[in-house]
Design a protein around this ligand. Structure first.
Ligand code: PLP
Length: 419
């Protein structure tokens, strides 16, 4: 009998990184006289020419305010804005474009849910369940809600490797849990959380789930229908798009019954001094003039990602992370922080006897941009008993040569601080 063959995803076509790098003007600049090695992509990615040009083209040819006028440019601007919404819908595989709310980014998206959904559904003694590896922007909005409502913030633990302890998360889902808010990928450790499983556990108890996708959207295919999450947030500037634009996906039924969170123009159907009738979703959540050019740039970024090939990018970044992990761990004194079973995009580390800021400063002199500090995840540092890490984070345009440059830079750090 023939052995059963497990079906495998076809191998992703290889990424032509050299060609792709040429699309990013900033990558050819020098820093302190050295070629730029940009490894701070978890903070923000660089922008390809397609994005820069889309924003300029919109500003030069179509700029007007949306939704208000009958004139041609306003219609063009509205089409461009709504076209970008459709591109976001496709990117996260939402059912309908009205399930996509434009925000300034992930932070604003989480605040929107904490305020608009939370104020209605969370009361005294209720619980919001988050995890030990959240970014501050998925902690503080819930603390603000907790303090306003007399609710409780409950934190699911992670282990020393940086993996969530799922049985504990399950145990902490109580009859008082009103929402679970969890990072898809940790920005400090790179851990990929088993979001579909978390959603399953929460839904079994009738609890909705918000996913902070800020660090997942650049690296992984996001499918909100497959995840079955209730809300999903991400930022444009981390997926090769402009700053100041991002999106919140919310299931239509949830968005429909949520009150608006900011009042103003565009979010209304009619206003008298006695009563205001709100606009339909998603416009109900988009008070005031939106970041139209930003949305156009985000749409162009998502197009760019699609044409570069998301599977190819994912495979390339996986290879880079594995290569960087091997090479950096071989440097004496370097300790990798975050060794979860599944990781994406992020290599956090410490160098024995050297403060991470000093590591970052020496690397910067070599032209290598990494981030140092607590990465807006102070509780993660506290949990691991360290004040900070240095973090190299990868994007589609990074190369093994750049990883080699990082490793050489770490050698330089050791030379300087051994003296
Ligand atoms: N969540 C995670 C996991 C992040 O890494 C970040 C940014 O680094 C954010 C949220 C906040 O994103 P933004 O500042 O774009 O709103």
């Amino acid at each position: 009998m023939k052995a059963a063959v497990r079906p495998r995803r076809p191998a992703a076509p290889a990424l032509d990184v050299a060609a792709l790098r040429r699309e990013f003007p900033i990558l050819s600049r020098k820093v302190h006289g050295k070629p730029l090695v940009y490894l701070d992509n978890a903070a923000t990615t660089q922008k390809p020419r397609a994005v820069l040009e889309a924003v300029t083209r919109f500003s030069e040819e179509e700029n007007a305010n949306v939704q208000r006028a009958v004139h041609l440019l306003s219609q063009r601007a509205t089409d461009a804005h709504e076209g970008a919404r459709e591109k976001v819908r496709r990117f996260v595989n939402a059912r309908e474009a009205r399930e996509i709310v434009f925000t300034r980014g992930t932070t604003e998206a989480v605040n929107l849910v904490a305020q608009a959904w939370g104020r209605r559904h969370v009361g005294p003694g209720d619980e919001v369940l988050i995890t030990a590896m959240e970014h501050h922007s998925n902690i503080v909005p819930w603390q603000m809600l907790r303090d306003e409502k007399g609710a409780r913030l409950v934190v699911a633990p992670m282990d020393d490797a940086g993996d969530l302890v799922l049985p504990e998360l399950e145990r902490l889902l109580s009859p008082r849990t009103r929402i679970v808010a969890v990072a898809h990928v940790s920005n400090a450790l790179g851990t990929v959380n088993r979001v579909a499983e978390i959603v399953r556990l929460a839904h079994a108890r009738g609890v909705p789930v918000l996913v902070d996708g800020a660090q997942a959207a650049p690296h992984l295919r996001v499918d909100v229908q497959a995840l079955d999450c209730d809300f999903y947030a991400f930022s444009g500037h981390k997926v090769y798009g402009p700053t100041g634009i991002g999106a919140l996906y919310g299931k239509a039924a949830l968005l429909e019954e949520m009150p608006p969170w900011q009042g103003g123009g565009d979010m209304i159907l009619s206003v008298t001094f006695e009563k205001t009738h709100y606009n339909e979703v998603p416009h109900k959540f988009e008070a005031g003039t939106p970041n139209i050019a930003g949305a156009v740039g985000l749409g162009a970024a998502l197009d760019w990602l699609g044409s570069a090939g998301r599977d190819a990018i994912e495979a390339h970044e996986r290879d880079l992370l594995a290569y960087a992990t091997d090479r950096a761990s071989a440097v004496p004194g370097v300790r990798i922080v975050g060794t979860a079973r599944e990781k994406a995009g992020v290599l956090s580390f410490t160098v024995e006897g050297v403060h991470p800021h000093d590591v970052g400063t020496v690397l910067d002199r070599e032209g290598i941009a990494v981030r140092t500090g607590h990465h807006c995840a102070q509780p993660v540092m506290e949990r691991l008993g360290i004040p900070a890490t240095a973090r190299a984070s990868f994007a589609a345009y990074n190369t093994r040569d750049e990883v080699d440059a990082l490793v050489a830079g770490l050698g330089r750090v050791r030379e300087i601080f051994r003296r």
